[in-house]
Write a protein that binds this ligand. Structure first.
Ligand SMILES: Cc1cc2nc3c(=O)[nH]c(=O)nc-3n(C[C@H](O)[C@H](O)[C@H](O)COP(=O)(O)OP(=O)(O)OC[C@H]3O[C@@H](n4cnc5c(N)ncnc54)[C@H](O)[C@@H]3O)c2cc1C
Length: 394
């Protein structure tokens, strides 16, 4: 039997961006099952030590969602050329190289070779590196640096359409732009595989469900705008097909299991790599906060890339940036665990820098328009216990 699972259902449900939306913003639409003619052999997995006493940290962060997608236009402010590169929802890491390539090109088109990048998250770092590679001298100005930026609190999966825009705003032009960004990013990430400390790697992720038709997403009669799901249609060739495991052929009892490969970012090692490359190419960092765009007058560069993420909402008064709350529970790393799980609204990702558990909710509205930064211990424990429950008593 062959059926498709929306990646958004699997990933987003998990990290919102993770597997369901790769966990939070994903559906399984892109995970089409392989033919039953070649059944997968029985599945064995090292047992995950998931228990709430092993939680080391609970972090909360807001995704910078814009209904119309990221802002990438160029404007003049106080005589400076401001190249925008913000508002990537739950897809910031996934689209970073492609989006920042557009920003770097726009900045270089100004003719300036001394360029400022405002922000040191996923967008700021990749913009800075691409500008350096294009021949610019770059200074990053930011009020926070990794690991104290929002990007450091992401799930760490390649989920390029997770809460990237509303479906109704996904015009043909936007779809073309998104595809370009996704493909450019994916290609760049392939050059970062196989490095020491594994900044980027592929993992197997298991979508486990109690019934045969697990689904995550808005019911068809829900009046709220739907989030765009672009991955399957536009870059489906970059995604593996899912393999089915029938009840009895896997460690999760009578449940239904699907497996697919996903690209994962070990954000601690990956961010170190980006920072090291930036410094090695002569980059400088200046820690400072801008309260209004008028404050840009105090920096010497005439061209700057605005990569302030959720910070653009306050800095530019851009109310189109909507917070989407996401919480991660981090757990003591287990190097032998190399698979992720999505089950019953909870997601697990085997990051080398700390296992990640999260609730991804029934659909992408989970956490929408919620800027509450207070960790919720009960939510963290629910995520851990939901995944732990799959393994039964030790
Ligand atoms: C729970 C969760 C899970 C996620 N999972 C994934 C995932 O698996 N895959 C994925 O691709 N994406 C994921 N995302 C989304 C991703 O984290 C964001 O899209 C991304 O971090 C945005 O990066 P950024 O560089 O634009 O912003 P940020 O990381 O917020 O960086 C902004 C920078 O600008 C600086 N700044 C802001 N305002 C000012 C100011 N006024 N003055 C000076 N400096 C300023 C900040 O200090 C910071 O350095 C997730 C998000 C969340 C919340």
């Amino acid at each position: 039997m062959t059926h498709a699972i929306g990646r958004r259902q699997f990933l987003e449900g998990a990290g919102a961006t993770l597997l369901g939306g790769a966990l939070a913003g994903c559906s399984f639409g892109v995970l089409e099952s392989k033919s039953r003619s070649a059944p997968s052999p029985a599945l064995r997995l090292p047992r995950l030590r998931a228990s709430v006493d092993r939680i080391t940290n609970i972090t909360v962060c807001t995704r910078p969602f814009r209904a119309q997608g990221p802002r990438l236009d160029v404007e003049k402010i106080q005589g400076k050329t401001v190249v925008h590169n913000y508002g990537h929802g739950g897809s910031g890491w996934s689209l970073s190289w492609g989006s920042s390539a557009i920003a770097a090109e726009n900045a270089m088109a100004s003719g300036e070779r001394q360029v400022a990048v405002i922000g040191c998250g996923a967008m700021g770092l990749t913009s800075a590196l691409l500008l350096q590679r294009a021949g610019a001298h770059v200074t990053i100005y930011a009020k926070e640096l990794p690991p104290n930026v929002r990007s450091s609190l992401a799930t760490g999966l390649w989920t390029p359409d997770s809460r990237i825009c509303f479906e109704r705003e996904a015009t043909p032009e936007f779809r073309q732009l998104w595809q370009k960004m996704a493909r450019r990013s994916f290609a760049t990430y392939q050059t970062l595989l196989g490095l020491s400390a594994n900044p980027v790697e592929f993992i197997d992720v298991y979508l486990v469900s109690d019934g045969q038709n697990a689904a995550r997403g808005l019911p068809s009669d829900d009046p709220r705008p739907k989030f765009a799901e672009l991955q399957r249609e536009l870059v489906g060739d970059l995604t593996t097909r899912a393999e089915d495991f029938a009840p009895g052929t896997h460690p999760f009892g009578e449940r239904y299991v699907k497996r697919a490969a996903l690209m994962m970012f070990n954000l601690t090692a990956y961010t170190h790599l980006l920072m090291a490359d930036f410094f090695a190419a002569g980059g400088q960092i200046d820690v400072q906060e801008f309260h209004t765009p008028v404050d840009f007058a105090r920096i010497r560069e005439k061209t700057l890339v605005n990569a302030t993420g959720y910070g653009a909402r306050a800095l530019f008064g851009d109310q189109s940036v909507i917070p989407v709350r996401g919480q991660l529970a981090r757990m003591i790393p287990e190097p032998q665990i190399d698979y992720g799980i999505l089950y019953n609204g909870a997601a697990f990702v085997p990051r080398r820098d700390g296992l990640v558990f999260q609730m991804i909710g029934p659909d992408d509205y989970y956490g929408f328009n919620d800027d509450t930064a207070v960790p919720d211990r009960a939510e963290a424990e629910l995520a851990v216990n939901t995944i732990a429950g799959l393994f039964g008593p030790a």
